[in-house]
Design a protein around this ligand. Structure first.
Ligand code: SAM
Ligand code: SF4
Length: 497
């Protein structure tokens, strides 16, 4: 994978394989240690917090050292071939631990588990338990089954499971930003994509439980939530539709004291614009982000809602995949080039100063040089702030794998990828340079990676901003930063208030 190094938080390269740690809890497994590491998108990292929460209830402690673990879980990604290879390589590294401790339970969770099912047990002898993304509530029983000497598999997908009632433990968190899942699965069937097969049908989570989780996060000091779904614009909760009323004393810092759900609105449906508004109303100091938007579903209503609330960030991740209508049709994206451009124009018209990022696939089946060039001209048109760019990777079982030959030679895919990566670097730099001389409102996240003399945080448009540490501000607070210079991925400046 040749991703541009960009600050898109839905797939954070620096977090791949990260292990999670939480406080010990009592229970029948008291003293047993769980090691869990995650790969892939933010949804997987969020799911690992749900898994840790379920097992904490059973008395498991977490450890960041797999050598100390009684249970090792890997939460896996299937999106491209190399994501799966990475997991297989990682599993090999646990062989020594298993030899040393034959009672060790090794489990594979998530998309790869769902895709390979019990075949995983045959292919990787080390693995004891295989659990799909909708079966995490069953984990305690599955571990019991392994303890009794059997292998265990649960890859049942559900039409209802949203884990809405499970309050995820926040692991390895900076206490400032949190991911909140608002829906699971996907009904779109893009022809290249394995997600509908590994994560099942789309289902939305009760808005009351989402608002409750975000309110709780705010009251614990968190200042930014990112609402997660494969296609947030198709979020839909059929009645009752809650209204959120602000009581007297709405300046009070405790959000829960001033927010209450009002009357149900009968038959009405809560759509994504309504949900954004509900979350934005929790407190003006709580920033709201979301990912991922789908070009076919993003409505003007959503755009007007973003523009209406200062705390809904002016940043939209709108994956284009290809700039050519024939390829988009083969990808089953259900929009064409003109439609996508119309949505970009609507964003520019309704939300002044909105950053836009994207995902691009190069070398999809039958893509000609001219069709690839349409993707390049789309990049010229939008001048994306960031982009994730991938070579097409055929995934077994997908519509594209069944219908089309993966016929673009590897070196052509690579050449096209290199071309758009270079192009994107130009536009990222261009967007960053345009911020020089401007004052950005930044939520401080902590020390910069390179120096403890600098803080880092994100602007409203999701750009990473670096500025000197000072006595009058600290992580979790907002500061205004005058931007003095930039790289293609970072803004550098000084605090001006
Ligand atoms: N739901 C999101 C959407 O519709 O844009 C994205 C989900 S997917 C986890 C993230 C990105 O991976 C996609 O936008 C696409 O660019 C890329 N991707 C998915 N399947 C792929 C494949 N078979 N080969 C290469 N890239 C792929
Ligand atoms: Fe995959 Fe398309 Fe669903 Fe995104 S919208 S998860 S690319 S099927």
């Amino acid at each position: 994978m040749m991703d541009l190094e960009i600050p898109d938080k839905t797939h954070d390269e620096s977090r791949q394989g990260e292990a999670l740690v939480l406080e010990p809890a009592a229970g029948k497994n008291n003293g047993r240690k769980l090691y869990i590491e995650s790969y892939g998108c933010a949804m997987n990292f969020s799911d690992s917090e749900i898994v840790a929460s379920i097992l904490a209830e059973q008395g498991f402690e977490t450890t960041a050292d797999h050598n100390l673990a009684d249970v090792i879980f890997i939460n896996t990604c299937s999106i491209r071939e190399n994501a799966e290879q990475r997991v297989r390589n990682r599993l090999k590294e646990f062989t020594v631990a298993k030899v040393r401790n034959p009672g060790l339970v090794v489990g594979v969770l998530g998309c790869m588990a769902e895709r390979l099912k019990s075949k995983f047990l045959e292919e990787e002898k080390l693995v004891d338990v295989v659990v799909g993304p909708d079966a995490y509530r069953n984990l305690p029983e599955l571990i019991d089954q392994v303890d009794s000497g059997q292998k265990a598999v649960n890859v049942l997908l559900s039409r209802e499971e949203t884990y809405a009632d499970i309050s995820p433990v926040r692991l390895n968190s900076n206490g400032i930003n949190a991911f909140v899942s608002i829906m699971r699965g996907c009904d779109n069937m893009c022809s290249f994509c394995v997600v509908p097969f590994t994560r099942g049908r789309e289902r939305s989570r009760d808005p009351k439980s989402i608002v409750a989780e975000c309110t709780d996060l705010f009251n614990k000091g968190y200042r930014e939530v990112t609402l997660l779904g494969q296609n947030v614009d198709s979020y839909k909760w059929k009645q009752p539709h809650p209204t959120l009323s602000k009581g007297e004393g709405s300046d009070e810092p405790e959000a829960k004291e001033v927010l209450s759900f009002g009357e149900d609105l009968g038959e009405a449906t809560t759509n994504f614009a309504n949900l954004l508004e509900l979350v934005a109303l929790i407190n003006p100091d709580l920033r709201v982000r979301f990912s991922t938007s789908h070009p076919k579903d993003i409505t003007d209503d959503v755009l007007y809602t973003i523009n209406r609330y200062e705390n809904i960030c002016n940043y939209i991740h709108l994956p284009v995949q290809s700039g050519n209508s024939r390829i988009l049709d083969m990808m089953n994206r259900t929009y064409d080039r003109e439609w996508y451009i119309n949505r970009i124009d609507a964003i520019r018209r309704i939300i002044p100063d909105c950053a836009i990022s994207t995902d691009v696939i190069t070398g999809f089946c039958t893509e000609t040089d001219e069709e690839h060039h349409d993707t390049v001209t789309m990049m010229d048109y939008v001048k994306y702030d960031f982009a994730y760019m991938f070579k097409y990777s055929e995934r077994p079982g997908t519509l594209a794998a069944k219908r089309y030959a993966d016929d673009i030679p590897e070196e052509v895919k690579q050449k096209r990828l290199a071309q758009i990566v270079a192009k994107q670097q130009e536009y990222s730099f261009y967007r960053m340079q345009a911020r020089i001389g401007k004052v950005e409102k930044v939520l401080i996240e902590g020390y910069s990676k390179k120096s403890d003399k600098d803080y880092c945080g994100r602007s409203d448009q999701n750009a990473m901003v670096i500025f000197p540490v000072g006595d009058n501000y600290k992580p979790g607070e907002y500061v205004n930063v005058l931007i003095e210079r930039s790289t293609s991925a970072t803004l550098i400046g000084v605090v001006v208030d």
